[in-house]
Design a protein around this ligand. Structure first.
Ligand code: TEU
Ligand code: CA
Length: 543
């Protein structure tokens, strides 16, 4: 419950705010926007990695954990950001990419020279397994000079670290202590449930290899050790858990285990993967979405785990385009999606631009893309004999670049993000969907997010109460009660673009938040319009 009344705001630094006219977001740019983030109601800012990196994977390929990539700023810029954020009651969360380093890291460079000590920092083997990289092709890269292969679960420029090696674990603890002493208030751990690899590497005849390295047997042990030896038990720590399961996530996040404060998991973000394949399109299965959300909420509650709820991040398409309607019902559905998740049990994590209802980029040409995963798959899908049009359609829906286009601050040429052409094209495709207009419009998505997050902080039932799902029998309706002591608040959401009639089980009480002008009640029936969201409850007297 420790962070139930807190809000995390994720910033993809490269696309948030450019302060020096090079078309790339940077640390001083973030500092200049702290009042906006405070107005929204965030308590923490998670900043994606800004450490020294060749930027092959935009910073998730680190070559020096102790220094800041000059393109993003300097250590003194970070000191100013931390100081200014602290003045506003905002804590900074840094992104620790400990599953792998860039192949440009000095450790890997020494390994390439055959230094046995540093070869043990990674996984060098005489022969590869048939595992796939998550970014396509083999998960092993051959090094002729060594006549060996090294493991890379992601791009071949991201070599997996060997956590069985105590020296590696000690090096990474030192990294945490260094940044902890800078005054940051939290850490996000990138794909941290992949750090425990099997003793022996064997081919996977039934899949792409992930079952051998996901939620490995020592992850819990390594997390306990890392947290205890760096003294970050009381910090906000969140683990990104790739392809994980509920029992493990309960274990990673229940307080008594002294591992992490909370987890990011992705089950609800794969309901539009045909046959579980991100690159095979299908409309999102909203019934499956509802089922998974409820299963995880109930499961984490029963197991005393703790979730961070999110629709978007820098790896996902924009939610309003993916699960809502970025055309006819743009505003209603952006507000609906926020209401579904952010009053549930856990800690909300809002991704930059989501609070504006920013839609997908829908690029039309491969040259507009920058994401290594998207470019790799462009070529892979063409080799699979899909036509160029089909592949561009798939990328337009699925590419991570959909969430990485620059923030829409205003209606100017480069949307107030920069004074020059940004590193990735601006795509502010909905004219009113920008911070300047939405801050001035009381009916905007931004103002709705502000009200929603204020409600969460105002009522203990919303920040730390029990959750009980109701009206489950109604297809496309997600509804729940949050209860704490005598206080109960009710959330009723229509996930669809159609009317849904719900037979009310009693009075709705006071309407605390509503994404439409007025309710539509017909006798005992509540007629939910497309993407309608209602938050209501009795005022509590004598708590
Ligand atoms: O993401 C992990 C990950 O698997 C995502 O890339 C996502 O699941 C995938 O793109 C869906 O197809 C983390 C970071 O968030 C991501 O930006 C990095 O590229 C990745 O790890 C490697 O560090
Ligand atoms: Ca810049």
């Amino acid at each position: 419950m420790q962070f139930g009344d807190k809000i995390i705001y994720e910033i993809y630094i490269k696309s948030f705010q450019d302060s020096n006219g090079d078309g790339i977001g940077d640390i001083p740019g973030i500092t200049s926007r702290l009042d906006y983030i405070k107005e929204l109601g965030a308590d923490y800012i998670w900043i994606t990695p800004f450490f020294v990196s060749p930027l092959k994977d935009n910073g998730y390929d680190i070559s020096d954990y102790y220094n800041i990539n000059p393109v993003f700023g300097t250590l003194s810029d970070l000191d100013v950001l931390i100081f200014e954020a602290d003045k506003r009651g905002i804590g900074i969360i840094l992104d620790m990419v400990f599953n792998h380093t860039s192949t440009e890291h000095e450790w890997f460079q020494k390994a390439l020279q055959g230094d046995p000590r540093y070869m043990e920092y990674y996984f060098f083997r005489d022969k590869p397994t048939n595992w796939d990289s998550k970014f396509g092709n083999s998960a092993w890269e051959y090094v002729p000079e060594l006549d060996k292969y090294y493991l890379h679960l992601f791009d071949k420029t991201q070599a997996d670290l060997n956590w069985t090696n105590e020296e590696v674990r000690d090096e990474l603890k030192k990294v945490i202590l260094y940044w902890k002493n800078k005054g940051v208030k939290g850490f996000r751990f990138d794909v941290v449930n992949l750090i425990s690899k099997p003793e022996t590497f064997e081919d996977d005849e039934a899949g792409d290899g992930r079952r051998f390295y996901t939620d490995g047997k020592n992850v819990h042990k390594y997390l306990k050790e890392l947290v205890a030896e760096t003294g970050i038990e009381e910090y906000l720590t969140v683990g990104e858990m790739s392809s994980t399961d509920l029992p493990n996530c309960i274990g990673y996040s229940r307080k008594e285990n002294r591992e992490l404060s909370m987890v990011f998991h992705f089950q609800h973000l794969k309901v539009d993967y045909r046959n579980g394949n991100k690159w095979e399109l299908m409309k999102p299965d909203m019934e499956q979405l509802k089922k998974l959300i409820m299963e995880w909420q109930n499961g984490m509650q029963e197991g005393n785990g703790w979730d961070s709820m999110f629709w978007c991040n820098h790896d996902q398409p924009r939610a309003v385009s993916r699960f809502g309607d970025d055309g006819k019902y743009w505003k209603e559905s952006a507000k609906l999606l926020a209401t579904v998740l952010y009053l549930m049990r856990g800690t909300p994590c809002i991704y930059q631009g989501e609070e504006l209802g920013q839609p997908n980029a829908y690029f039309t040409d491969i040259h507009q893309y920058r994401d290594v995963e998207s470019i790799n798959y462009y070529h892979i899908l063409l080799q699979e004999r899909k036509t160029k049009e089909e592949v561009l359609q798939i990328l337009a829906e699925r590419s991570r670049d959909n969430g990485r286009t620059p923030m829409c601050w205003n209606g100017s040429k480069y949307s107030g993000f920069s004074t020059v052409e940004p590193w990735l094209p601006c795509r502010c495709r909905i004219p009113e969907a920008n911070a300047e207009e939405e801050r001035a419009d009381e009916t905007s998505v931004f103002q709705y997010y502000k009200s929603l997050l204020q409600l969460r902080k105002q009522y203990p039932s919303l920040s730390k109460g029990r959750i009980t799902f109701i009206y489950e029998e109604y297809k496309n309706v997600i509804a729940y009660e949050r209860t704490y002591g005598k206080e109960t608040k009710t959330v009723i959401c229509n996930l669809s673009g159609e009317n849904v009639e719900v037979l009310l089980k009693g009075s709705l009480g006071n309407i605390l938040l509503h994404n439409m002008e007025e309710l539509c009640i017909d006798g005992e029936w509540l007629v939910l319009r497309p993407y309608e969201a209602i938050v209501c409850g009795e005022e509590v007297f004598g708590k």
